[in-house]
Design a protein around this ligand. Structure first.
Ligand code: GAL
Length: 329
């Protein structure tokens, strides 16, 4: 009898889980479906079929030592309930993924020609003096990924980075070059290497994110203050090659981006609308394992971006909507 009630309770929970839009509480402790705290910092997400996949840095048990442990992959259909699918990459005994390495900000895109999922990461020594980008590939989105190589794109330094796949299938590496600013490079047709330069924006920018809506490209990122939060800024352009506008604040500067640093912008395309999710990190540099995820609706209006305050909101991935119960203050 007890078992029957248990099964019934599970069935009802599963039914609710399928149908209901969910409340997202920015900065709250977020557990996966097994009850463990999600470890996926410096996130990158990809939508494949009905499923979203979330990759990030595992900082389990870490205080201020950020040495590479794993790049886990979580899966969800509603963007709120996440199931750990395993580690897309794990620490190796030596080399780029060895002990005492910095392996950060994984981003995955799918190459339709080669049928490969391609992951780009920031690869570095622990004191960040190597400044390289790394590439890994897998035939399955959740991995495991085969680590291929690291390099300095076109000979330039690369620390915080992201990749961006445009609607025409072309993909780009966007990376922070401490010597000059943000570089946008075109990736080769197989996405495994850099084909050539597209633009250099002379602005120091970390936590880089790119978004393309209608005729406008947006570049969002933070200033360079390590684990400390600062006011994120964005610029716009009619093409990735530019011309890029001046940078503007995405949130009231006194909030330090609601105490977060940008990691990713996810378009959530649903049956009713397309909304944009800002995915950031509220880093705790002295207790990295307890860094929190700050997910907030990002309003896109012609050529402006603005971030909603870090209050709870309802996310309905199926509808593509993000709503506040009452208007945020
Ligand atoms: C930040 C960067 C993080 C991490 C950190 C280390 O500026 O965005 O990804 O590298 O520095 O201090």
């Amino acid at each position: 009898m007890k078992n029957l009630f248990f099964i019934l309770a599970l069935t009802i929970t599963a039914a609710i889980a399928k149908a209901t839009p969910y409340l997202v509480v920015p900065g709250a402790i977020w557990r996966d479906t097994a009850g463990n705290i999600i470890q996926a910092h410096g996130a990158g997400l990809i939508h494949v079929g009905k499923t979203y996949y979330w990759f990030g840095e595992d900082h389990t048990g870490q205080k201020s030592d950020q040495s590479f442990l794993n790049i886990p992959c979580y899966a969800s259909q509603d963007l709120v309930h996440w199931t750990l699918r395993g580690n897309a990459l794990t620490r190796q005994s030596s080399g780029d993924l060895g002990p005492d390495r910095a392996v950060e900000r994984p981003k995955v895109i799918y190459n339709r020609r080669t049928h490969m999922y391609v992951m780009y990461l920031h690869i570095d020594s622990k004191d960040y003096h190597e400044a390289k980008v790394g590439v890994a590939t897998s035939r399955k989105v959740e991995g495991p990924y085969t680590y291929r190589q690291s390099f300095q794109p076109l000979g330039h330094q690369s620390r915080d980075m992201t990749v961006f796949q445009d609607t025409d299938g072309r993909a780009y590496l966007i990376h922070e070059d401490r010597m000059s600013g943000v570089r946008i490079d075109l990736l080769s047709a197989d996405y495994l290497s850099v084909a050539g330069p597209i633009a250099l924006i002379p602005q120091a920018l970390e936590g880089n994110c790119v978004l393309h809506v209608k005729d406008t490209y947006f570049m969002l990122g933070s200033h360079l203050t390590g684990w400390a939060m600062n006011p994120d800024v964005y610029a716009t352009a009619p093409a990735l090659s530019g011309p890029w506008s001046e940078f503007a604040n995405v949130a009231p500067p006194s909030t330090n981006t609601y105490n977060s640093q940008s990691a990713f912008i996810l378009p959530v395309q649903g049956a009713k609308a397309t909304s944009y999710l800002y995915i950031g990190d509220r880093w705790k540099g002295d207790n990295l394992q307890d860094s929190r995820y700050i997910w907030m609706p990002l309003a896109v209006n012609d050529k402006t971006l603005s971030l909603a305050p870090d209050v709870p909101f309802t996310l309905d991935a199926a509808a593509g909507t993000m709503t506040f119960d009452s208007k945020p203050q």
